[in-house]
Write a protein that binds this ligand. Structure first.
Ligand code: ADP
Length: 491
């Protein structure tokens, strides 16, 4: 099958979060299964150019219709760790992708509406006719809309769309101007509730809703989150739309690319290790302590890696830090905040705890340090308010770092409480789970984890290893996507 992935991220060249990992990992798995996969991405000025091999101009003078005129683009092509990627670079005063950031502009709707339009135009004029176009998140929600309403009449008639929602929170709420910019025009038509009208604001359009309505198949990234999105508030107002389109909606768990995230072969950590020989884990822990200037003592290291925002349960992350210190553990945090109040809060904590030899806060994004933390920590806290899938707990399991998670979304589907899980035999349990959002719930599971580490080290070691035995690679999930592609291709 010929598959084109269109997304705003692909790790490691463009990575703001899990989306980048998923786009890369899934593409790699599909290629391993014998499919032809290409990716279309924006050409940001701040992406990791050192991660692209053989970057060259592939198409000059791509004229993308925009507001009754055109914006001219060049398309560059290169390999990102073996994946063939096309990068779209527009030349216009709007400066869509030359701003030193991926997201966060006031005109993000326009930036990604333009990217969506340019991606389709590129497929059209370069005669690429994939069987399946796979779009991701709100940034590409307008692709199925424009494909159905415009491009199928121009020559892209046989393409089917799979649309994956990685996070319902950001939906691309826009005004009528995106219709005029992209050439969809007809305001009355698109402002209909059955099409793009936002479910809450009748004067706004919703790009993600467009993606749901117009795609041939829609999924989110874990079966449990698919259920939550329909029946709880984590669908952020799209529950009813999902209900209407339930026959084409499901949940597929993300996988982890073990060629990047595998302690046996990870080149970002000084000592490789595996289930057969765990000695490297302790050496990595020592290396982590040296790097972060933590004292070298017999205390468990509890870590947090992730964005610092409300979704991730920042208040519980903060509490976990102090609780760990009070209970004789060390704490390492690697996270970045886009909200200035949260950023200031954690910088304040960092300064406050500067002289404490048992804690280190690294505020910012550091892909390479993340590997060492996964390898060197003993436990990983993931106290999310909601979590569509979550990669941190999956990666932690592979590195023998015991996850302590809140039982929501993909966390519920992948972490099974050592003491209380009812559905898995003892030798299949792999971490600690709590459900409520208060400090006590977090404390009770941290207490159990720290207690096991200190009083029953053999049992803790056993729990680590049980986690490492889990296979959350792309092998299963890749097969599920393959089945969906086959299914939508057939009609
Ligand atoms: P998200 O909601 O951000 O997509 P996921 O758990 O799905 O969360 O994926 C997060 C990914 O980003 C993981 O690979 C994690 O290791 C990585 N990550 C998150 N924050 C940072 C950071 N500050 N530095 C390095 N890697 C990070």
């Amino acid at each position: 099958m010929y598959i084109v992935q269109i997304a705003s991220e692909c790790a490691p060249v463009i990575k703001a979060g899990g989306l980048g990992d998923v786009v890369y990992g899934l593409s790699r798995e599909l290629e391993n299964r014998g499919h032809c996969v290409e990716l279309i991405l924006p050409m940001y000025d701040c992406m990791r150019y050192d991660q692209i091999w053989g970057l060259h101009e592939a198409y000059r003078g791509l004229n993308v219709p925009w507001y009754g005129g055109v914006i001219s683009c060049n398309v560059y092509c290169g390999w990102v760790h073996g994946r063939l990627c096309f990068f779209i670079q527009p030349y216009s005063g709007d400066n869509f992708f030359n701003r030193g950031y991926y997201y966060g502009g006031k005109d993000d709707n326009m930036r990604f509406a333009f990217f969506s339009k340019a991606a389709l135009e590129f497929l059209l004029v370069s005669n690429k006719r994939p069987h399946v176009i796979h779009c991701h998140d709100w940034q590409t929600g307008l692709i199925p809309v424009m494909l159905y309403e415009i491009y199928q009449h121009n020559g892209l008639g046989g393409q089917r769309v799979c649309y994956t929602i990685h996070n319902f929170k950001h939906q691309g709420i826009a005004g009528a101007d995106i219709l005029w910019a992209t050439g969809l025009n007809r305001e009355g038509y698109y402002f209909h509730y059955d099409r793009l009208r936002d479910n809450f604001n009748p004067f706004a359009l919703n790009c993600m809703k467009g993606g749901i309505v117009y795609s041939n198949y829609v999924n989110t990234v874990s079966p449990h989150h698919a259920w939550e999105a329909r029946y709880q508030d984590v669908g952020y107002g799209l529950g009813h739309t999902l209900e209407i389109h339930q026959s084409k909606f499901g949940g597929i768990l993300n996988g982890v690319d073990y060629s990047i995230w595998g302690p046996e072969s990870d080149r970002n950590i000084p000592y490789q290790y595996s289930l057969d020989d765990m000695s490297g884990k302790a050496l990595n822990q020592k290396a982590l302590r040296e790097r972060l200037l933590l004292q070298d003592v017999d205390k468990p290291i509890i870590a947090y890696i992730g964005r610092l925002d409300q979704q991730k349960g920042v208040h519980l992350v903060h509490h976990a830090m102090y609780y760990a210190l009070n209970r004789g553990a060390q704490f390492v945090l690697l996270g970045s905040a886009t909200e200035s109040s949260i950023n200031d809060w954690f910088w304040h904590e960092k300064n406050h705890l500067n002289n404490n030899p048992d804690v280190h806060l690294e505020i910012g994004f550091n892909g390479e340090l993340a590997h060492l933390i996964y390898a060197g920590a003993d436990m990983m806290v993931v106290p999310s308010n909601y979590e569509p899938c979550g990669l941190t707990q999956l990666i932690s399991l592979k590195y023998g770092t015991v996850p302590i998670v809140r039982g929501v979304g993909g966390l519920v589907s992948t972490v099974f409480d050592r003491d209380y899980d009812q559905n898995h035999a003892e030798e299949k349990r792999n971490g600690y789970v709590f459900y409520e959002t208060d400090n006590h719930a977090l404390e009770s599971s941290m207490e159990r984890a720290i207690g096991l580490y200190k009083k029953f080290p053999k049992e803790f070691e056993q729990l680590r290893q049980q986690g490492m035995e889990y296979d959350y690679s792309w092998t299963n999930s890749g097969g599920n996507y393959e089945n969906i592609y086959e299914f939508i291709k057939a009609f």
